[in-house]
Design a binder for this molecule. Structure first.
Ligand code: NDP
Length: 326
């Protein structure tokens, strides 16, 4: 028997989440059984802990879109008991049972060996949000980052915090957009040199082009803010579109693409090919300053998750929640 955070559907069609003890036999099919040590909280987890947001396939459900732990049993040659592994994406925690449990059973293809230099807790302090931030930095680098400030939107959230720390570590000037004035000091400690109030960028404008300001952008917000930022990019600069915390619609003009050669780069962490996953995790282990990562961490247990799930949906979680599953 082991502890799991189970979301059930009530007769009234509502969902209810709570910690229960369940038997190993109830885990789904998969080649590798992992003793989960840490998981974390992402925006999608907030949805899956509540109404499901259309992501959850069936109930009862165990959310948790990422986890790190130790292999307990494996029917696949690539993994053996005792190996440390990390998992993000592949719709684990949505269509498949996820990391909010002391055990998980998954396909070997979905796992990545934990890179040297990271322990399982640090891997989940990074989590899907930080892994995605690294993918976004790599995409910007592949397209060439111009000289000047790189904008990070939704900066005090999970993606934004890690993106800010990574960009600063790589020597970029970072302009952090936040709706929380009280987060300014936190963002400066992560390496931001400029704090941009959310209100400055949340209004739409009729002008398709504004002053050429940003050398690159990692955008966790989408919506009107992304549309506005496109018109402020320097000639030939790139925006990595990561999230939709501010909305999925894109009320934008094509003019920045046509007159300034701006690039809009889509970032998907869920179906990311294996080789690029390994590359991103190795760079995280090598380049992310661990003391900055520690400053982002908010510890939690399985029992805290229903409340934290509501908070992340309301944009009230700062940095990275690390769930100690054991
Ligand atoms: P968080 O909730 O931790 O961070 C989002 C941040 O966005 C908030 O902290 C807040 O930052 C800002 N924000 C929230 N609401 C609004 C709003 N209405 N308007 C403008 N800004 C807002 O989430 P994550 O960092 O984990 O994820 C960010 C986004 O990226 C989500 O949409 C998520 O679904 C997506 N994502 C996508 C992935 C992919 O593979 N493409 C992978 C991981 C996440 P502040 O208070 O500083 O303004």
């Amino acid at each position: 028997m082991f502890d799991a955070l189970i979301v059930e559907k009530t007769a009234e069609g509502e969902t209810r989440a709570g910690v229960q003890q369940i038997d190993l036999d109830r885990l789904p099919d998969g080649e590798v059984t992992v003793a989960v040590e840490y998981s974390t909280l992402n925006y999608k987890d907030g949805l899956c802990l509540g109404s499901g947001g259309g992501l959850v396939r069936s109930y009862p459900h165990i959310p948790g879109i990422d986890f790190a732990g130790t292999v307990e049993a494996s029917e696949d040659d690539r993994y053996a008991p005792g190996d440390k592994v990390v998992l993000t994406g592949w719709r684990v925690g949505e269509a498949h049972w996820g990391g909010y449990a002391q055990k998980a059973r998954v396909r070997a293809d979905w796992l990545v060996p934990l890179p040297d230099g990271l322990d399982t807790r640090q891997a989940m302090a990074v989590g899907t949000a930080g892994f995605t931030a690294m993918l976004a930095v790599m995409a910007l680098e592949d397209h060439g980052i111009k000289a000047g400030p790189v904008l990070v939107t939704g900066a005090s959230g999970g993606v934004g915090s890690v993106a800010t720390a990574l960009l600063a570590q790589f020597g970029h000037e970072v302009a952090a957009v936040t709706g929380r004035p009280e987060a300014a000091e936190y963002l400066r400690e992560l390496g931001a040199t400029q704090i941009v109030p959310r209100a400055d960028l949340s209004e739409t404008t009729k002008r398709p082009l504004e002053g050429e300001t940003w050398a690159g952008c990692i955008d966790a917000v989408g919506g009107a803010m992304l549309a506005r930022v496109l018109g402020q990019m320097k000639y030939g600069a790139s925006v990595a579109a990561v999230g939709l915390a501010g909305g999925a619609a894109l009320p934008a003009s094509v003019i920045p693409f046509l007159l300034r050669g701006v690039n809009l780069l889509g970032i998907d962490s869920v179906m990311q090919p294996y080789d690029n996953r390994v590359r991103a995790w190795e760079r995280i282990a090598k380049d992310l300053p661990m003391e900055k990562l520690e400053a982002m961490v908010q510890p939690a247990t399985l029992a805290d998750l229903p409340k934290l799930g509501r908070e992340i949906l309301e944009g009230r979680v700062q940095g990275r929640v690390v769930v100690d599953v054991q």
